[in-house]
Unconditional design. Structure first.
Length: 274
């Protein structure tokens, strides 16, 4: 049942992204963020198929992710990218909104929802989400600043070569709205701290240590029952939160879990491996 629901969510997410591209952004020659933005700007200047470019540009990232991250995240991401590219071949590239500003707003909303629900089940819609997960697993990296800078370069290039700065500004609006919607659907902060009270300490600790994060064991006592408990504490990223929840639910469905936003981390964030 869970796998069937995940499959439906992947399909719905890909459909929303494809509709946002084909019916709102591409007809007005607007850009999305990340890898899709690169595919769009090349497609606008060459008339090459943007859906196929989107798939081709994501392939090396997905192979990289398969090596570094692991199967589940990448398999969901691969399915999402392939479905999105396929749906872009089927759906018409036609105006739904005549005004570019409406295309930017509603295109950004649809792409944000599609990306956000895919992130919630532990995958992504490809592109910089995969790069983000790889980098944040190895470094406490200011990824948002770098991605914004890269998006800015593409947008400025669009405005310059098209000699139409309105397109660049509308594209910035679409990317901004998309990012805000993803944050709303998924989770706003990059890092979160999970406190897990469990009776399956050893098995859960073993599984959590497979993630590239450290785990701290804290001995606790129930104030009412006076019983001794084990609490595991770990700091993780928003990309890994869905996988963390899946592991906990699989091993100890009765575990008490408190997930809080982490303002900052001082010290070694990544788990060092020998």
């Amino acid at each position: 049942m869970k796998k069937a629901l995940d499959a439906v969510i992947i399909l719905v997410g890909a459909l929303l992204v494809a509709v946002g591209f084909n019916m709102f952004l591409i007809p007005h020659q607007l850009l999305s963020g990340g890898v899709s933005g690169f595919a769009m700007i090349i497609g606008y200047f060459t008339n090459w198929n943007i859906g196929l470019l989107y798939l081709i540009f994501n392939l090396p990232l997905m192979i990289w992710g398969m090596i570094v991250i692991g199967r589940r995240f990448i398999m969901i991401s691969v399915a999402s990218v392939i479905l999105t590219s396929w749906l872009m071949q089927i759906l018409p590239t036609s105006y739904v909104a005549q005004e570019p500003i409406l295309g930017a707003v509603f295109g950004g909303v649809l792409i944000g929802i599609g990306s956000g629900i895919t992130l919630r089940i532990g995958g992504s819609t490809g592109g910089f989400d995969i790069v983000g997960l790889i980098l944040t697993r190895k470094f406490d990296f200011p990824l948002g600043t770098i991605i914004s800078g890269m998006n800015g370069i593409v947008i400025v290039a669009l405005g310059y070569y098209k000699n139409n700065w309105d397109l660049a500004l509308f594209s910035m609006l679409a990317i901004y709205i998309c990012g805000k919607v993803v944050d709303t659907v998924h989770i706003r902060h990059i890092k979160v701290t999970a406190f897990i009270v469990t009776k399956q300490k050893d098995e859960l600790t073993h599984e959590l240590l497979q993630l590239p994060r450290g785990v701290t064991l804290v001995k606790t006592e129930g104030a009412y029952t006076k019983q001794q408990h084990d609490m595991l504490m770990t700091v993780t990223t928003r990309y890994e939160l869905a996988e963390l929840k899946r592991i906990i639910k699989k091993i100890d469905p009765k575990a008490f879990v408190n997930i809080v936003e982490t303002v900052g981390v001082v010290g070694e964030f990544r788990k060092l491996k020998s």
